[in-house]
Design a protein around this ligand. Structure first.
Ligand code: PMP
Length: 377
């Protein structure tokens, strides 16, 4: 039965709702600051300053003095530029590259392309049963001709957290190697020393900002072969007219995200995990050491897609597999990488929080999950 009044949104790893502050700034900025920041008239010059201030404030928010910002359309684009743009630029230094087996497709597919179309030698590290890469695995794989290591901060399906600081220390023993970190799910959700990372990415829509806006943040000594050639914007690394509104709303979203306190989200996670432990036919895939923002479990007796659809009819929104993957295949390569069976990997449910979610919403989810599991065959 459809409950028209209910709205319990627990799919925040797929995307978040833009905050009122971000939407208000966007509307105002689009009305006032529509001129092209590359134009040489007064409006253009004023807007170029707005963009520069936004970038400076982004770097300040991350406490960075040796990095720069390239504005992109998304984390997917930022990952592509970081991985392909960097590797193609520096391929004469060495052609060995390293990543892990549970990276987001926007990272993994870049590595496959570098291997299959550009002759790079690829090492793919395998996570342990908690979805984590150990620094010693990276150390063992590094070579004198390794130019790039890419390990994500927080996995988008199961919420596992990698030891980025320790991995950075290992990578930087090798002078030709740089570290890229897919931080899409980590901004404002994990204490990270961003100054240790050579390249990392932001997706505005994952932090209550706007779709179609992201950034690559990189050590200013690095260069990239541009993937978008054209008018030479963004230091020639990413051509296309810069959106002043995207720059300003991204800055605002980042500043607000980095101010947030995660304590409350641990309460949500604990309430959810406790409740799930009492439901028959549920097996947890996320570990208690992972991010509290993402809880992934498999259904052992019912089909996850059917359950997710039934919950959706009740106004409760969660994911089965990840939104990026769900149309392509119905099995989770991330859950399989934990050593779980095909059956479990086919039947995953992901609940993902933002700070505004409440324990009451968790309780509604648990109650309705129980009802759904009882009702469906
Ligand atoms: N990396 C990770 C870990 C993600 O979760 C996502 C989004 N699902 C992306 C990259 C891609 O982000 P975007 O939607 O901004 O392209």
């Amino acid at each position: 039965m459809k409950d028209n009044n209910r709205f319990v949104y627990l799919d925040n790893a797929a995307t978040t709702k833009a905050s009122d502050e971000v939407v208000a700034l966007f509307v105002n900025s689009e009305k006032e600051n529509f001129a092209n920041p590359n134009s040489i008239h007064a409006l253009g010059i004023k807007n170029a300053k707005y963009v520069q201030i936004a970038k400076d404030n982004i770097l300040k928010a991350f406490k960075l003095s040796k990095h720069k910002v390239i504005l992109t359309s998304s984390a997917t684009e930022a990952n592509n530029l970081a991985i392909k743009g960097y590797c193609l630029k520096y391929q004469n230094r060495g052609k060995h590259i390293i990543t892990s087996n549970i990276e987001h497709p926007s990272v993994l597919e870049c590595f496959y392309q570098l291997r299959d179309s550009f002759g790079f030698e690829l090492t793919i590290l395998e996570v342990d049963q908690n979805g984590v890469i150990k620094p010693s695995q990276v150390e063992d794989a590094l070579r004198n001709d390794t130019i790039l290591v890419s390990i994500m901060a927080i996995n988008n399906e199961i919420g596992s957290i990698n030891p980025i600081k320790e991995i950075a220390n290992v990578v930087h023993k090798y002078p030709k190697a740089n570290l890229h970190v897919d931080t899409t799910q980590a901004i404002g959700k994990l204490n990270l020393d961003y100054s240790l990372i050579d390249m990392f990415v932001v997706s505005s829509h994952k932090i209550n900002g706007l779709k179609g806006s992201g950034a690559l943040i990189y050590k200013s000594s690095l260069q990239f072969l541009p993937l978008l050639s054209g008018g030479g914007q963004e230091d020639g690394f990413r051509s296309s007219t810069v959106s002043v509104s995207n720059a300003r709303t991204l800055e605002l979203a980042i500043r607000l995200a980095l101010l947030k306190d995660n304590k409350h989200v641990y309460e949500l996670r604990d309430a959810l995990v406790e409740g799930l432990s009492k439901i028959d036919g549920v097996e947890l895939n996320s570990s208690s050491n992972g991010s509290p923002f993402i809880v992934n479990f498999s259904l052992t007796k019912k089909k996850a897609s059917v359950v997710v659809e039934d919950l959706s009819n009740k106004g409760i929104y969660v994911s089965s597999v990840s939104a990026c993957n769900s149309k392509k295949e119905s099995s989770s390569y991330v859950v399989k990488a934990l050593g779980k069976s095909d059956a479990l990997a086919h039947n995953t449910v992901r609940v993902s929080f933002e700070h505004e979610n409440t324990v009451e919403e968790v309780n509604i989810f648990l109650e309705e999950l129980k009802n759904t599991l009882e009702a469906i065959r």
